[in-house]
Design a binder for this molecule. Structure first.
Ligand code: ZN
Length: 312
């Protein structure tokens, strides 16, 4: 009787153990079939595309940019080169297109953005998602004035206007900063020739008033205000962003390259750029170039020279 009871208890215990084992096995199978991994915890909102956006380092749309998930090395300019998959190689100039490829769907209104989450993401369309091309690498400085035949189609952006090809990118960058709690404040974007001329003449006049000769007044003025046709603001590719008393600067240092922007006049490069350190002046050059410039610590002039893209 006693041994029967003991056998019965052992059977019950065994049954319990078997059912616990089956339950665990079921959970493991369920999790692995959902593709669960620790990385997915970083941002549950990221779509389940073939490649996580973060691993590409390029936000497809601002709501999907998750910088915490970027590979460590990407934030460190001194780190070894990331894998080719993480950062596409710098294309040869001839490969760069002057217009956004037709295959790329850029959201034309904020309402369309959520739809992009379900769009299939490939490294190819990610690379082309943010527009780039020779036009984005135009060099404008005191020795490279804007060409006479230069023209640009402008689009409204915040309180100003930018090259229409980068308007959406600018919006995404500003949206991202706002979401991170560091809203960016646009001070100046596109400036017309007339406006630049007016600013320059005003500066010249201030020196003429001090008794300078015309030539000397112009030379002095040029140190502070670009002569007409030598200001990047005329291209619609430069943004002056308020960086005093805000956290905009560190945010931009960390994220601007993801949107194709560089700090155009960094500290220690004045002898090359001809312009003093300007933490507020950000220039669009395209994502590839911006990444390279950030990681190499070059300024635009050095980059273009290395890539043999500097016009004589
Ligand atoms: Zn500026």
């Amino acid at each position: 009787m006693k041994s029967n009871r003991a056998r019965y208890c052992r059977s019950i215990q065994l049954l319990h153990l078997v059912s616990i084992f089956l339950y665990c096995a079921f959970i493991v199978i369920l999790l692995s079939s959902c593709g669960y991994s620790r990385e997915d915890d970083v941002d549950a909102s990221v779509s389940r595309g073939p490649l996580p956006l973060e691993s590409q380092g390029v936000p497809l749309n601002t709501s999907e940019a998750d910088i915490e998930a970027l590979p460590q090395g990407m934030e460190n300019p001194m780190s070894s080169a990331p894998s080719p998959q993480a950062i596409p190689e710098i294309p040869e100039p001839s490969d760069e297109c002057s217009e956004t490829p037709p295959s790329i769907v850029l959201p034309s209104s904020p309402n369309q953005q959520p739809g992009l989450k379900n769009q299939e993401i490939t490294s190819e369309n990610l690379e082309n998602e943010i527009p780039m091309g020779d036009w984005a690498l135009i060099l404008v400085n005191s020795t490279h004035p804007i060409p006479e035949d230069f023209s640009v189609v402008l689009a409204d952006f915040e309180s100003g206007k930018v090259d229409a090809r980068i308007a959406e990118t600018c919006k995404r960058m500003f949206d991202h900063a706002r979401r991170d709690g560091h809203p960016l404040q646009l001070v100046v974007a596109h400036r017309t020739y007339e406006k630049q001329n007016q600013l320059f003449e005003k500066k010249v006049q201030s020196y003429l008033d001090k008794g300078y000769s015309r030539a000397r007044a112009e030379a002095e003025a040029a140190k502070h205000t670009a002569r007409p046709n030598t200001s990047e603001h005329q291209t619609g590719l430069a943004l002056d962003i308020e960086t005093t008393n805000t956290n905009a600067f560190p945010w931009l240092i960390e994220h601007a390259h993801e949107y194709g922007f560089i700090l155009r006049y960094p500290e220690g490069k004045t002898d090359i750029t001809g312009i003093i350190y300007e933490p507020w002046h950000w220039r669009f050059v395209g994502v590839e170039a911006a990444r390279y410039i950030k990681e190499s610590g070059q300024c635009l002039e050095e980059y273009l020279e290395e890539m043999n893209l500097t016009s004589p």
